[in-house]
Design a protein around this ligand. Structure first.
Ligand SMILES: Cc1cc2nc3c(=O)[nH]c(=O)nc-3n(C[C@H](O)[C@H](O)[C@H](O)COP(=O)(O)OP(=O)(O)OC[C@H]3O[C@@H](n4cnc5c(N)ncnc54)[C@H](O)[C@@H]3O)c2cc1C
Ligand code: FES
Length: 254
């Protein structure tokens, strides 16, 4: 579905990250995403970071041309969106530990808000932590981790996850964040015999399973994902290793 929505509120989440709130009547699920059209610049994928009735939002980290153009939008401005796309997270159990790394926190926040489950918010530093108050408003156990120790647990998301799962048995981990974080989350889940669902990112053009830009092995991240479970991730040979850029070139992570 393609629609024009009007921005009704803009929230500053961090020095480089803003949330854009708008009304949109579509049915959406935690973990789904939209394609946001920026005329004359690009059309880019953005997770749906809020879904309260008809009020929806996206949360955008300013890293380049398209995201910078979105940051230039004002309340009242129109935006053309397509979606919702993707499969979304499993919401059948609330005994899950949700992990958000960096702006990936925005993609998992609707899951925490839907289930009221435990959550880890991980960031490089205190100034990069987003959405802590929103998480605390719906969850009784919100843990913060920063790489530099400027707030909360001194260490990364996976180190804190290992501590959390040592004291409580969860049905599943659900996470979104940088691929290196997701890779080590997956490795820890394998080792600990824990189920997981991870929301992956790949370069996308159509968002709807047609163009083939986002293919990993025989899965289209936009249509078969972006959320993949542990068994599916085990089949993705590019996961944690490489991704394709806008020209289709393979770029290695390490
Ligand atoms: C399903 C999905 C959901 C997403 N949800 C969000 C979200 O909720 N919030 C958000 O801020 N971003 C999200 N992204 C990432 C977002 O789409 C990209 O950051 C955006 O396309 C960059 O566009 P740009 O023109 O601003 O940057 P560009 O000019 O295209 O890129 C600037 C720099 O960032 C790098 N870059 C570009 N895309 C990515 C990427 N996907 N991951 C890491 N580095 C990248 C480029 O290599 C370049 O160095 C999501 C991506 C996917 C696939
Ligand atoms: S972006 Fe076109 S198939 Fe996924």
């Amino acid at each position: 579905m393609s629609d024009v929505v009007r921005i009704k509120k803009i929230i500053d989440e961090a020095y480089d990250t803003k949330t854009f709130v708008f009304d949109w009547d579509a049915e959406t699920k935690p973990g789904q995403f939209l394609m946001i059209w920026i005329p004359g610049v690009d059309e880019i994928p953005m997770s749906i970071s809020g879904m309260r009735g008809r009020e929806k939002s996206i949360t955008v980290k300013n890293i380049g041309e398209a995201t910078d153009a979105i940051h230039g939008l004002r309340e009242g401005d129109p935006v053309r969106i397509r979606g919702p796309y993707g499969n979304g997270f499993d919401t059948s159990s609330s005994n899950i530990l949700v992990i958000g790394g960096g702006v990936g926190t925005a993609a998992v926040m609707p899951l925490t808000e839907t289930l009221g489950c435990d959550m880890i918010i991980a960031a490089r530093s205190d100034r990069d932590v987003i959405m802590e108050e929103r998480a605390k408003a719906c969850s009784g156990n919100v843990m913060i981790a920063t790489d530099d120790g400027s707030r909360g647990f001194h260490g990364n998301a996976v180190q804190l996850m290992r501590e959390a799962v040592a004291s409580k048995r969860y049905d599943r981990i659900a996470a979104c964040g940088p691929e290196v974080m997701l890779f080590f989350t997956y490795k820890a889940c394998e080792e600990l015999d824990l189920e997981c669902e991870l929301s992956l990112e790949r370069y996308m053009k159509c968002g709807a399973g047609v163009c083939g830009c986002c293919v990993m092995d025989d899965s289209r991240v936009c249509k078969d994902g972006p959320v993949f479970n542990k068994g599916q991730i085990a089949q993705l040979t590019e996961f944690g290793q490489s991704k394709r850029d806008a020209c289709g070139r393979l770029v290695k992570f390490r």
